[in-house]
Every structure is written in structure tokens, then in C-alpha cells.
Design a protein around this ligand. Sequence first.
Ligand code: GLN
Length: 437
Amino acid sequence: MVNTRQKLREYLKQIKKNDQKGNKINAFLQLNPNVLKDAKRIDSKKNKGKLAGKIIGVKAAINVKGLNASCASKTLENYKSPYDATVIKKIKDEDGLIIGMTNCDEFCSGSSGETSAYKPTKNPKNLKLIPGGSSSGSAACVSANFCDMALGSDTGGSIRNPASHCGVVGIKPTYGSVSRYGLIDLSMSLDQIGPITKNVNESALLLSIISGRDENDSITQESLKLNLKEIEKIPKNITIGILDFKIQDQKIQELIDDKIKEAADKYKWKIKKIKIDHIDLAIETYYLLVYVEFFSATRRFDGRRYGKRIEEVAGPEVLRRILGGSEITKAEYLGRYYHLALKAKKLIEKEFERAFKNVDCIITPTVPRLPHKIGEKISLKDMYSYDALTIPSNLAGNCAISIPSGKINEVPVGMQIICDKFQEQKMLQIARSIEKI
Ligand code: GLN
């Protein structure tokens, strides 16, 4: 029987030593002041839920009643969440313990964790490097062994990208499989909450709890039927799709290619080269949609109800998106840009659907380049292209997982496995099979 309190004390010791003092990884923005009391209550329960004993960090963009969902922004620095997001309610119902709110890029806008208005998160595997973003603290707190699991949100790669850089597992579930109620949106047609954990099984467990139809999010469906025991089974007759182009960083590509080959040889899976048309338009399409939807979502931060007026306190990346979004939203441009972006999104979605008629999954590197040094100036283009391989799945609305796949110069590199919409069970089986190698 797990003793939650004992485990919690160990984690809190680690946090004190390496997050608040010493290494100052800066994974957490706020610890839950009631965590010991909550742990005691869970330990004393007779019939415990499926997450009893699991200690969980939550991205500061998700509402946890009484804690500060600041989105790592000065805009919401004094905002105390008045309610639990649906995912949090589900976690609490199963006796998961929320340890605190994790750092992230401001309003989930970034790929490095450096745009947090408070402090940049460091990569626990190499303190000089970025951990990736935007769910920087969620990946870092799992990687640094400050907790068991974390929740992140992924609009264009924000779960998978930091999971890849920090050497942990992260899932972007199918759009509509996990409720967004209580997630502060970046771009509502793309955002999904998902798990970040130390291995595939733990991600499957957390996903099985948080997914499902929710009356508060009309887009959600009940279609994820996860059978956790079956995930251990090696799936037969799998055809892996690989894209017909190579990324610039050859070392990353080779590492992933070798791993795919190893898995294919071991399990007698087939490999097939495939083409996804219009994937080269993904980054432009994504940012057009995000700018417009983010601009619209931020109109509520006008300083009159809660928080400060966003334009007065937000950092440059958030302001760029608001300004860009307001321009594109002007009547004369809307048809030209936003509606065009919606059309491109649809085309990419159709391309993936077509591809999944011939292959069971598509495997790519998660991130096309290694993480840069914290504070190093990189161009906006380079920053935006960190997500070149993750964005397509947000546009298509399908599911994707990043699992650790090896290291280059001691820096973890993740492999991304993409499956068709609501095919999480198969995706998890493939991921678990590869994880075992
Ligand atoms: N890096 C991307 C962006 O800045 C993705 C962010 C995300 O997934 N939340 O928009």
C-alpha cells in the first residue's frame, strides 16, 4: 500500500533542494499549501481511487480551486481559481494529489519556457539548456523527480516538445477527447490537455482518468476506450509510416531512424514511406489561427473583472500575438488570412486521414533540433520551427505521443508516434512496445 504522505515528503525535500534553492530548476510557480492535509486524507481513506498515491503537478493554465492559474503572466498574478477544471475534478475524484502549479511560457505562448513572466525553467537533464515549452515546468517537474506525473496543455506541441527535451513521456490526445473546461485558452480549436509522465503506462493511466465526454465542453466525445492491461500486448501487423523528407539535424534523424528499424526488425512490423501534402504550410497555418483565436480569447483580460489589462503587463511574445491577431481580424483581412488558414487546416486533416488508410502510425522525431542555451538569442523563425513536427497533429486533430528515444551529447531526444483520431489505444501499444526495447 503506497503511503502518499511519505512519498510526498521525499518529493517536497527534492523540490526544496533543487527547485527553490540549489539548482533552481524553477519548475513550480506555487506549491499547494494544503498538500500535506490532502495527502493525510487520501491515506486515511478506505476505498481509494485509481490515482491514490500519485502526486501530480499542474500547468499554471489549468484552474485548480484556490490555487493561482497565472498562466505565468503578470496579467493573472493575483487570480485565485474559483473552481476546478474538469480534468482536476476527475483527478481529485480518483484521489490524485495536486502538489502545485507549474511554470510555463506566458499564456502557453512559446517553445522554450523562457517567456514565463516570473523565471525561466531549466532543463533538469542539463541546467544550461531550455527544457522546451510551453509546458516547461510540467515536463521539468517529472524529469527532476519532484512528482509522479503532470498535466500540460498542447496547442502546437507544448506537451510533446518539453517532454522530448526533458526525457519524459507526453501525450497530445485527440482533439475532443479531453475536456478543455477550466483550461485558459491559447487557441480553442487546437488546445488539448494531456499527461506528462515517467513512462508510457503512467501516461495511459492518467489519460484514462481525464478523458471522456463533459457537458461543459460540447466538443468532447466518449470515444476513448482505454484498456490499460492490453497496452502491454505487442500489436501485430503494424505498418509504420515515415515521412518522405528528412529534418536538418542529421543526428536526430539517424537516431530516430535506427530506433524505428530496431522496432520493425524485432516485432516484424513494416515500414512505409508516405507523403503528407501541405505539411510544409503547417507552421504558417498554425500561427494565423493562433494569433486570431488568442486575440479573441484575451479580450476578457481587460482589467475590469479579474486580472490586469493584458496589454499593459504582458511580455513581447504575447503582445506580438495580440497585435498580429487584431490586425488579421480586421474585416478586410479576415477572408484573406484566417479563412484561408482554416482551409489549409482542413486540407492537412484530410491528408492525415488518407495516410491512416495505409499505415497504423506515423513516426517522426518530436522536435527537429536540440534545445538551445537559456538566454541564447534565436530568431523568431527558429523558435517557431521547434514545433514543425508537432503542429501538424494539432491541425489534424489526431493523437500523438513523445517517448524518450536516446541521447545526443547527453541531451534527451524524443520520438513522436502519431495515430489517427481516437486511436490512443493502438498508439499506446506501439509506444509501449518501443519503450521496451
Ligand atoms: N510553441 C507553440 C506556440 O508558441 C505551441 C504552444 C502550445 O502548444 N501551447 O504557439
